[in-house]
Ligand binder design. Structure first.
Ligand SMILES: [Ca+2]
Ligand SMILES: [Ca+2]
Length: 857
C-alpha cells in the first residue's frame, strides 16, 4: 500500500451535474461540496421517476455485475418511495409499508423497520432524512404514543448513523432521549433471568419455532399443522393464535439489540465526559451479554436459541435469528463462530434464494407456505433477516476469522440476496421469498410492493465494499470485492461532511482520463473531487482523510433544512388541506383517488400501488385544486408531482397548461401551453408578479415572493388525456424562532393508518391559533433556543380561552398552565441541543393557543 500525492488532482466539477429539465424545489444542503466526475450519473437513473432527486441524493456505483447495479438503483427508488414528509418542523420519516397500516406507529413509522431505514439511508447525501426520523424516536414520542410495540435496534443504528455522518454533536444531543427510549423497555425485562422477552410476533417474526413448540394440544408441541378444527380429544387441539404469535420468549435477536443499545449509550455517555453514566451502562451491557451467553446459547447445538419465558423451555433448533448477535459484536470468538459455521450447510440455512429462516432439517421447517398469510418465519427467506445475516458474514469475513465464512462465501450469499430482489426478471422487493422457488411469498397487491424492512445499500457499502464507518479522521476499508473484478467506481458517497469517490481500475484502462476525469492503474480515493490516496492493489485501506472531519460534518449539519408547508399527516383532517373539484368516482359512492392524497406527504408515480388524485371522467376540460394553509405564508414557488401513465396504457399526461392564483385572486403563475412540464417528476414553478387573468404566460422570478394562505391551481387537460397529481409541495426556509405559531403545528395524530388509533385530533384552527377541545393536543417541533444549544429557556405560551394546557417537552417533562381569557404564560424549560418537540395537551376546559415564544436563559 502506498499513498501518493503525485497523481494530478481532478478538476472539481461541482455536484450540480444534471441534464434533467426540472428545477429543484430547494437547493441541496451539500451543494457547496465538490466531487469527481467519472460516471455519467444520468445514464443510471434516466429510467427512474424524478431523476433529479437521484442526482442530488444518491451515491453512484459502477460495477461489472449488472444484477448488483440494477438492484442497487432499484433499491434507491424503494427508499425514495418510502420517504414521507410529515409536516413543517417534523421533517421526514421512512415507512415500512408503501401504504399506511394500522399496526405502524406515529406518522406511520414502524419501530422494527426504523433501524434498517437509519443504517440504509445514512448513505443518502441529505442527512435530514435520517436525522428527522431518529428524532421522532428520541424526542417525538413514537414509543410513548404507541407504547413499545415491535423490537428494534434503533440505538445501535443511531450510533452507526453518526459513524458515517461524523456528526457527533447530533449523536450526543440524542443521549437523554435514547436513555428514555431504552427505559421504556424495562417492563419487558424478566426479573428472574434479567433477559428481555417478547413474542416472536412482536419481534416482527410470526410463525417462528417457539409458537410451534407450545401451540399444539395442551400447550405442547404441534403435531399436525392442519387439525381440521378438531379438539385435542379428537386428535387436533392446535392453538393457531399461539402458533402465529409465539409465546413470550427470550430471543437472541432482541437481547442482542438490547445489549447493543446499552453499550452505545455507554459509549455516548463517555463522549460527553460522563464517566459514571458510561460505566453504569457499559456494565449493564456486559452483564446482559453474559446472561445471554449463559441462557440463550445451546451447548448441544452450539448455536444461539430461543428460550420461552417462565417455563424456560429451550427451543432447540436453529433459527436465522441465531446469526444476529454477531452483527452486533456479540459472539465474536472462536467457539461461537465455529457454531455459526456449522449452520451454513445445505441442510442448515443455505438455499437458492437467501438463507432460510429456520434450519431445513427442523421438523417445523417448510419451504412452501402452508397458509396464504403474509408472514411465516419457519422457512421463508426474508430480506429483513438476510440483510442482518450478511452483516454478520461480512464482519467475520473481513477480519479473517473463519475458513468457511470467507470473502468468497460472503459474495456467494450476497449474490443470492441480489438475485432474490427480482420478480419476473426485473428488480423488485416484497415481504418474503420462497427459499427454493423464484417467487415472492409475501406479495399482496397494493400493499407489499417495494416493502422496506431490510437494507441493501448498507450491505453494498459497508459489507461488500468494506467501508467501515467510524468517528475521527481515519478512513478504513476492508473490501470483500471479488478478486477477479478489474474495475468499479463509487461516486458521491457522503462521509463525515464530504463526498468521497473510490475508483478501482486494475490496469488503468477502464476509467479513462479526459471527459470522465483522470485515473491511473490501481485503487484511488478522492474527497471532494481531490485525489488523496492511491495504491496499486485492491486491499485493505487505513488512511487519514485530508480534511478536518469534525469541522466538515458541522458545516454540513448547519445548512438550513427547507420545509414543505403543504403536507398534513392527518390529511384530510384539519389544515393544511387540499380539495379538488373532481374525483374519479366510478360507482357513485367511492372516491378512488381523493384530493388529500396530494398532501399526505407520500410521493411516488406507480399505477399500483397508487398515490394520486385525478380528474379522470370530469365534465370539465380542466381540474381545479384548492390549497388552504393554516395562515398566510411567504413563498416563491409551488412544486407539483405530475403523474403520467401514458407509457403504461393510461390516460394521465402532463397538463396542457397550469395557472396558479393566490388568495386575492391574482394569477401568480401561468403557463399555457405548459411546454416544460415533465411527467413523473416534481415540477417546481416559480411565481411572478401578478398579471391579468388570461395572460398567456408569466415570467418566473425566483426573487418574487407571494404571501398568501390560499392557492388555487388550475390544470387544463391535454386533448384525449386527463390530469393526475401525486403530491403538491411548497418549500420555505425553516422557522428558526423565537416565535412558533400553534396553527403551524400538527394537531394530534393517527397511530398507524385511519384504521389505527386517532389521538388528540380534536382541535380547531381559528382566530390565528388552535382551540383545544377535549383530548386535543398540538405539536410544535424543531423548537430551539436562539443559539440552537442546550440549556434553560423561557417558554411563553400566548393563549386564551378557558382551561388548562399541559406543556410537554420532548414527551418527557411537563408543566401545566391555565388560561381564563387572553394571557401570556411563561414557564422555564430545559431544552436540548437542536430542535425540541413542544406538545400542548388540553387537560381541562377549552384553552386556546396562539403561539409559543422562546427566549434563552
Ligand atoms: Ca401523495
Ligand atoms: Ca398563531
Amino acid at each position: 500500500m502506498r499513498s501518493t500525492s503525485t497523481v494530478v488532482a481532478l478538476i472539481a466539477l461541482g455536484t450540480g451535474v444534471t441534464n434533467a429539465t426540472v428545477s429543484r424545489p430547494y437547493p441541496p444542503a451539500d451543494s457547496y461540496l465538490q466531487t469527481t466526475n467519472f460516471l455519467n450519473h444520468s445514464s443510471y437513473v434516466q429510467d427512474l421517476d424524478d431523476p433529479q432527486w437521484y442526482l442530488d441524493n444518491i451515491p453512484f456505483i459502477d460495477v461489472p455485475d449488472q444484477s448488483m447495479s440494477d438492484v442497487y438503483y432499484y433499491r434507491t427508488s424503494v427508499i425514495k418511495r418510502h420517504l414521507k414528509w410529515v409536516a413543517e418542523g417534523q421533517g421526514w420519516v421512512s415507512t415500512e409499508f408503501i401504504h399506511p397500516v394500522s399496526w405502524s406507529s406515529k406518522f406511520q413509522s414502524t419501530p422494527d423497520s426504523a433501524p434498517h431505514h437509519v443504517v440504509e439511508l445514512r448513505w443518502l447525501r441529505d442527512l435530514n432524512y435520517v436525522k428527522n426520523h431518529i428524532q421522532q424516536y428520541t424526542r417525538g414520542g413514537v414509543e410513548k404514543l404507541s407504547g413499545v410495540t415491535f423490537t428494534h435496534y434503533m440505538h445501535q443504528a443511531i450510533y452507526e448513523h453518526a459513524q458515517s455522518t461524523g456528526d457527533i454533536d447530533f449523536l450526543t444531543s440524542q443521549l437523554d432521549g435514547m436513555i428514555a427510549m431504552y427505559e421504556l423497555w424495562d417492563k419487558l425485562r424478566d426479573n428472574t433471568t434479567g433477559l428481555y422477552h417478547r413474542t416472536p410476533l412482536q419481534d416482527a417474526q410470526e410463525y417462528s419455532l417457539p409458537g410451534f413448540l407450545v401451540g399444539g394440544p395442551s400447550g405442547g408441541a404441534m403435531h399436525e399443522w392442519d387439525d381440521f378444527g378438531l379438539s385435542a380429544s379428537q386428535g387436533g387441539g392446535n392453538n393457531y393464535g399461539l402458533i402465529w404469535s409465539g409465546p413470550e420468549t427470550y430471543r437472541p435477536s432482541m437481547n442482542a439489540y438490547m445489549v447493543a443499545g446499552a453499550r452505545v449509550i455507554g459509549q455516548i455517555a463517555a463522549m460527553v465526559g460522563n464517566n459514571s453514566l458510561s460505566h453504569t451502562w457499559s456494565q449493564y451491557a456486559g452483564d446482559l451479554q453474559t446472561k445471554m451467553e449463559n441462557m440463550l446459547y445451546s451447548q448441544e447445538l452450539n448455536f444461539w436459541i430461543d428460550v420461552v419465558e417462565h417455563t424456560n423451555l429451550r427451543c432447540e433448533g436453529r433459527e436465522l435469528i441465531g446469526t444476529y448477535p454477531y452483527r452486533f459484536g456479540i459472539g465474536m470468538n472462536e467457539t461461537y463462530i465455529r457454531g455459526l459455521e456449522a449452520s451454513l450447510t445445505q441442510e442448515g440455512f443455505l438455499s437458492e434464494f437467501g438463507p432460510t429462516t429456520l434450519e431445513q432439517t427442523n421438523s417445523y421447517f417448510t419451504a412452501l407456505k402452508n397458509t396464504t398469510y403474509c408472514c411465516v418465519w419457519n422457512g421463508q427467506s426474508w430480506p429483513f433477516s438476510t440483510s442482518v445475516y450478511l452483516d454478520t458474514l461480512a464482519r467475520i469475513a473481513r477480519n479473517g476469522l473463519s475458513s468457511i465464512i470467507t470473502p468468497a462465501f460472503f459474495n456467494q450469499e450476497m449474490t443470492k440476496y441480489t438475485l432474490t430482489n427480482y420478480k419476473d426478471g426485473v428488480p423488485y422487493t416484497a415481504e418474503s421469498h420462497y427459499p427454493s422457488v423464484d417467487g415472492w411469498s409475501g406479495d399482496t397487491g397494493n400493499h407489499s410492493e417495494h416493502y422496506l424492512h431490510s437494507t441493501y445499500l448498507n450491505n453494498i457499502f459497508t459489507d461488500f465494499f468494506g467501508i467501515v464507518p467510524d468517528f475521527g479522521d481515519t478512513l478504513v476499508l476492508q473490501p470483500l470485492v471479488p478478486s477477479n473484478w478489474s474495475h468499479f467506481a463509487i461516486e458521491n458517497l457522503p462521509y463525515h461532511g464530504s463526498l468521497l469517490s473510490f475508483v478501482w481500475d486494475q490496469d488503468g484502462s477502464h476509467y479513462k482520463t479526459g471527459t470522465y476525469g483522470n485515473s491511473s492503474a490501481g485503487f484511488s480515493i478522492f474527497s471532494n473531487g481531490t485525489l488523496f490516496h492511491h495504491q496499486p492493489t485492491l486491499c485493505a485501506v487505513n488512511v487519514t482523510l485530508p480534511f478536518n472531519t469534525t469541522q466538515a460534518a458541522a458545516t454540513l449539519a448547519s445548512q438550513p433544512e427547507w420545509q414543505n408547508i403543504v403536507a398534513n399527516p392527518n390529511s384530510p383532517y384539519n389544515l393544511p388541506r387540499i380539495t379538488a373539484t373532481d374525483c374519479l368516482n366510478l360507482n357513485g359512492d367511492f372516491c378512488a383517488f381523493p384530493a388529500w392524497k396530494m398532501n399526505d406527504g407520500l410521493l411516488w408515480y406507480d399505477t399500483t400501488p397508487d398515490n394520486r388524485w385525478t380528474n379522470n371522467q370530469s365534465q370539465y376540460p380542466y381540474g381545479t385544486i384548492n390549497i388552504t394553509l393554516p395562515r398566510p405564508r411567504k413563498m416563491n414557488a409551488i412544486s407539483l408531482a405530475i403523474f403520467d401513465d401514458t407509457d403504461r396504457g393510461g390516460v394521465a399526461a402532463c397538463p396542457a397548461g397550469v395557472k396558479v392564483v393566490n388568495g386575492k385572486g391574482e394569477v401568480v403563475a401561468y403557463k399555457n401551453p405548459w411546454t416544460d412540464c415533465v411527467g413523473n417528476a416534481l415540477n417546481t414553478i416559480s411565481f411572478a408578479a401578478p398579471m391579468a387573468n388570461g395572460t398567456n404566460t408569466t415570467t418566473p422570478d425566483t426573487g418574487y415572493t407571494v404571501e398568501t394562505g390560499f392557492l388555487q391551481v388550475v390544470l387544463s387537460d391535454k386533448l384525449r388525456y386527463t390530469t393526475a397529481v401525486t403530491e403538491i409541495q411548497i418549500w420555505v426556509p425553516p422557522n428558526t424562532g423565537p416565535r412558533y405559531e400553534a396553527e403551524d403545528g400538527v394537531i394530534g395524530t393517527f397511530i398507524g393508518s385511519y384504521e389505527g388509533k386517532a389521538t388528540g385530533l380534536n382541535g380547531t384552527i381559528e382566530n390565528g391559533g388552535v382551540t383545544l377541545h377535549a383530548g386535543a393536543w398540538v405539536e410544535l417541533s424543531d423548537v430551539r433556543r436562539a443559539d440552537g444549544g442546550a440549556g434553560k429557556a423561557q417558554l411563553t405560551i400566548i393563549g386564551g380561552g378557558n382551561g388548562t394546557v399541559e406543556v410537554q417537552m420532548n414527551w418527557l417533562t411537563n408543566t401545566t398552565v391555565s388560561f381564563q381569557g387572553p394571557a401570556n404564560k411563561t414557564i422555564e424549560v430545559e431544552m436540548w441541543r437542536g430542535g425540541n418537540w413542544v406538545d400542548l395537551l388540553q387537560t381541562s376546559g377549552t384553552p386556546f393557543v396562539d403561539a409559543v415564544v422562546v427566549s434563552d436563559g
